[in-house]
Write a protein that binds this ligand. Structure first.
Ligand code: NAP
Length: 346
């Protein structure tokens, strides 16, 4: 019995994967979408999205994702649980080992596996993640009614988390390692102008106190006037160390691309693990990677913009690129079927 070979598998069901699925399904490629470890991706963890084109009053992240999935299904995309654990991408068909134990064969693959929250590396975080320490205020904020909480980070995510937590917590303190925010002005202003949100500058988190029974009870902070105090603490420099009592800690220090399964393949990754596509070097942007038939889209390849709307755009680009690639392979095999037959015999 011949094992079924898909035309296109899309790994990831965040906004990039969904947008790719809509385009590919409309092009009759019958895409199979692997939903990944975090179905729906990061937008499912966010509250209102105010900067996605076409929603003047904003739209909930979860709603945007649900509607995107509906749209893709309507055109014929199939969704399946699971993520890629390892992949053989050197020859056709591409072979994917899935976390559910099954193995998939496909001609083309769009990698839209996104990125996962980065951890600080503070003492106690392994034990307390999920027990008062969190990377998602929208998921866990409501557990902190009346608490004093810390948010670590200085970007848009940290501002968003702080503003969301301010609905529940007594006080929210943003802990930032330097004295200037990375966040956009509009987000920074909202946080600065909120009565329950405070900032501690040039400060980092060394340790989180508590237990799985009691949750987070406190934290150890380190301060140095010139910023980046943890490095200075490690180097034995003169820094100020302070213990604070808090009922929750939220990390919002950016994300790391989900590309472990690509490490032993021909897909090029940069020093931070992001998928390299020809966008980086060629005059004309495409989403093709160094492995034939493999394309990248969204936060897994985007070290710069990381917006929902850019991820959606890249998803559509990847689907168009994959469609063109499949057509070019079909055209080549129609012209010289002997070559294809020989390849199949090898
Ligand atoms: P980000 O912009 O990379 O900011 C990460 C922040 O965490 C920075 O302030 C960084 O400090 C700090 N940081 C990094 N590593 C750290 C460490 N080990 N210890 C302490 N602090 C650390 O990440 P993001 O805030 O997740 O945003 C990512 C992208 O998503 C951005 O493009 C952002 O605009 C977008 N986004 C947009 C919205 C929105 O528009 N509503 C909401 C969320 C995110 P330094 O500044 O010193 O580097």
């Amino acid at each position: 019995m011949t094992e079924e070979i898909q035309d296109l598998v899309i790994a990831g069901s965040g906004v990039a994967g969904l947008s790719a699925a809509v385009y590919a399904a409309r092009a009759d490629l019958d895409p199979l979408v692997l939903e990944g470890d975090e179905p729906g991706g990061q937008l499912t963890l966010t509250t209102d999205v105010e900067n996605y084109l076409g929603f003047p009053d904003g739209v909930g992240g979860m709603e945007l994702i649900q509607r995107g999935k509906e749209q893709a299904e309507q055109f014929g995309a199939e969704f399946r649980h699971g993520s890629i654990e390892s992949a053989e991408l050197d020859e056709q068909p591409l072979e994917l080992s899935i976390s559910t134990g099954e193995s998939l064969l496909t001609r083309a693959l769009i990698v839209a596996t996104g990125a996962s929250a980065r951890w600080v590396g503070a003492e106690g975080e392994d034990e307390l993640m999920g027990y008062g320490l969190s990377t998602c205020a929208t998921c866990d904020g409501a557990f902190h009614r009346g608490d004093d909480v810390l948010v670590v980070g200085g970007g848009d995510s940290a501002m968003e988390e702080a503003l969301f937590l301010a609905k529940f917590a007594d006080s929210v303190t943003v802990v930032h390692r330097r004295d200037e925010l990375r966040a956009s002005e509009i987000m920074a202003d909202r946080a600065r102008n909120h009565d329950s949100v405070e900032f501690v500058w040039n400060t980092e988190l060394l340790a989180i106190k508590g237990s799985q029974e009691k949750g987070v009870t406190g934290a150890t902070l380190v301060f140095h006037l010139d910023g980046y105090p943890a490095q200075k603490y490690e180097a034995g420099e003169d820094v100020k160390v302070e213990e604070v009592e808090v009922g929750g800690v939220f990390y919002a220090i950016g994300h790391e691309p989900n590309t472990d399964f690509l490490r032993d393949t021909h897909v090029d990754l940069d020093d931070n693990g992001y998928v390299q596509t020809s966008t980086a070097g060629d005059a004309w942007a495409t989403t093709a990677t160094a492995a034939d038939g493999v394309f990248g889209a969204g936060d897994v390849m985007d070290r710069e913009y990381q917006q929902a709307v850019t991820a959606a755009g890249m998803g559509s680009m990847a689907a168009l690129d994959a469609e063109e690639w499949l057509e070019s392979v079909d055209a080549a095999s129609a012209e010289s079927p002997e070559a294809v037959a020989t390849e199949a015999d090898d």
